[in-house]
Design a protein around this ligand. Structure first.
Ligand SMILES: *Cc1c(COP(=O)(O)O)cnc(C)c1O
Length: 234
């Protein structure tokens, strides 16, 4: 019933591999995240059977709705905007929060992680072009946010996340990806003990190959694995 998922996952993995080869990078330097928003647990579990180890959702509510029905052992990622008042619902469920974009949110994550004796891995979301439609901070705001977060003991800042704009050709995004890679590498020069640059989360169905060529370590793929999404209005 879900054999198309197997084909799609294998195809995406093959493309990841060739992008890595092209860029002279090791294939295991890039993690594949299956973006499962709008898809239900049965589809997710099939994808897990076919080798997806990490799933990503953009809404807290969707994680809560599906969490109990999805096979255990898979890593959950939150990739969408997170409101401070919802941190408490997911703090015990997610491996990595990709979308930290304010000190207020970081402080809340730190507090809730502390309560369950967890160190929460997070990424900081960057909005290079200051697009109003997207969350994230400007590159120029990163230094101050890192400094503000430097005293938080229950957070580990593991890198950066970027959502590229929709363009005609993914090649047009290469400069943005390159800038992200530079900012990511520069994290190595920060003096803060809770910064450990491990993950550069960038690249989606339409642009992941260019993102990998420029240094992505995590790609977030929805459409190319699960197909086009239909959004229901409730
Ligand atoms: C939906 C989504 C994706 C996946 O997008 P596709 O183009 O379907 O691969 C990746 N990242 C974020 C933050 C998303 O919301």
């Amino acid at each position: 019933m879900y054999s198309y998922l197997k084909e799609n996952i294998e195809s995406v993995k093959a493309h990841i591999q060739s992008a890595c080869v092209k860029a002279g990078r090791s294939v295991d330097a890039v993690a594949l995240l299956g973006v499962t928003k709008t898809y239900e647990a049965d589809v997710m579990n099939a994808a897990i059977e076919y080798g997806i180890t990490d799933i990503a959702e953009n809404k807290v509510q969707e994680i809560l709705r599906k969490y109990d029905d999805v096979n255990k052992g898979v890593n959950w990622h939150l990739i969408g905007h997170l409101q401070s008042n919802k941190v408490k619902y997911i703090i015990d469920k997610v491996e990595l929060i990709h979308s930290v974009d304010s000190l207020k949110l970081a402080v809340e994550i730190d507090k809730r992680a502390g309560q369950i004796h967890k160190i929460q891995d997070v990424l900081i979301q960057i909005n290079i072009q200051d697009e109003a439609s997207k969350f994230g901070i400007l590159p120029s705001e990163l230094g101050a946010l890192l400094e503000g977060m430097s005293t938080l003991k229950h957070i580990r800042i593991c890198g950066l996340m970027y959502i590229a704009p929709i363009v005609e050709k993914s090649e047009q995004l290469r400069d943005d990806f390159r800038l992200m890679k530079k900012m990511f590498d520069d994290l190595n020069n920060t003096p803060y003990s809770n910064v450990e640059p491990l993950h550069l989360s960038m690249g989606m169905s339409s642009d992941y190959e260019v993102a990998i060529e420029e240094g992505a370590t995590m790609v977030r793929i929805g459409t190319k694995i699960f197909g086009k999404r239909t959004y229901q209005t409730k």
